[in-house]
Design a protein around this ligand. Structure first.
Ligand code: SF4
Length: 250
């Protein structure tokens, strides 16, 4: 294992974060931490990150003002905490970058979010497509800002299950964080069980279920596991599937 991405929930509130990140570091892994940034000004958090030295800390940003940010996250004071955290992270020399999450609720602050990133001298990426939840829930889709959706690129394949994998908090491994239909209980089977992930990946990537027989699958922009999540969430076809776009048949 060469590369470890620590995701959430919010990893920095996990009591095991410091010890597990340190272990991964001592085993020689490259570590990326995804966080909402609200704990970065905490001295214990900064000390934990200094001890495990991630090569990248990615902070999600949900607005550029307290009103919008706090309303979106439903946490009063969240914007003040994240801006304080970002300042502390910059001061500590953390390898920060921002993920600008552009939604219907904060799209009017899109430019200000960019300015905030530029003002801190931080690189950023923008995310406008909301995915369904891993349980196929549609609640996240309502946050999407249709005016900000960019055309999706063609899906050209993925090494999920072959060169990388996902493990949930219960030690269940899957090919990635989206394709969790078949999981391996690492605690019960040991790491030997992971050898089955490649076969599972090849099976999950087949255009089955709601994509069976699709004549447009060669040009599809989503992998089959993600298409399945969208279909379970009954997402509008035009947000992920070519059959929802004008003039396409097949
Ligand atoms: S275009 Fe739509 S139906 Fe066809 S493979 Fe992609 S998601 Fe499935």
């Amino acid at each position: 294992m060469l590369w470890l991405q620590v995701t959430g929930g919010e990893a920095l509130i996990d009591p095991h974060f410091a010890a597990s990140c340190r272990l991964a570091h001592d085993l020689g892994m490259m570590i990326e931490v995804l966080t909402n940034g609200t704990r970065l000004s905490n001295p214990a958090t900064l000390a934990a990150l200094a001890a495990c030295r991630p090569y990248r800390v990615t902070v999600s940003l949900y607005g550029a003002t307290p009103e919008t940010y706090d309303a979106f996250t439903r946490r009063r004071g969240a914007f003040a905490r994240v801006t304080r955290g970002l300042a502390a992270g910059v001061e500590a020399g953390l390898p920060l970058r921002l993920a600008l999450i552009v939604t219907a609720q904060n799209a009017h602050e899109h430019d200000r979010m960019r300015e905030l990133a530029n003002g801190l001298g931080l690189p950023f990426k923008e995310y406008t497509h909301m995915s369904p939840t891993i349980y196929g829930g549609a609640e996240s889709l309502a946050s999407q800002s249709p005016a900000h959706l960019k055309p999706l690129e063609r899906f050209t394949g993925c090494n999920a299950g072959h060169t990388f994998l996902h493990v949930d908090p219960h030690g269940r491994a899957s090919i990635c964080k989206v394709g969790r239909d078949e999981q391996i209980d690492v605690l019960a089977e040991g790491v030997q069980g992971l050898a089955r992930l490649g076969t599972i990946a090849d099976r999950l990537m087949l255009r089955t279920g709601g994509c069976s027989g699709c004549l447009l699958s060669e040009n599809c922009s989503v992998c089959r596991p993600l298409a399945k999540r969208y279909q379970e969430a009954k997402a509008p076809l035009n947000t992920y599937c070519q059959h929802g776009r004008k003039g396409t048949t097949g």
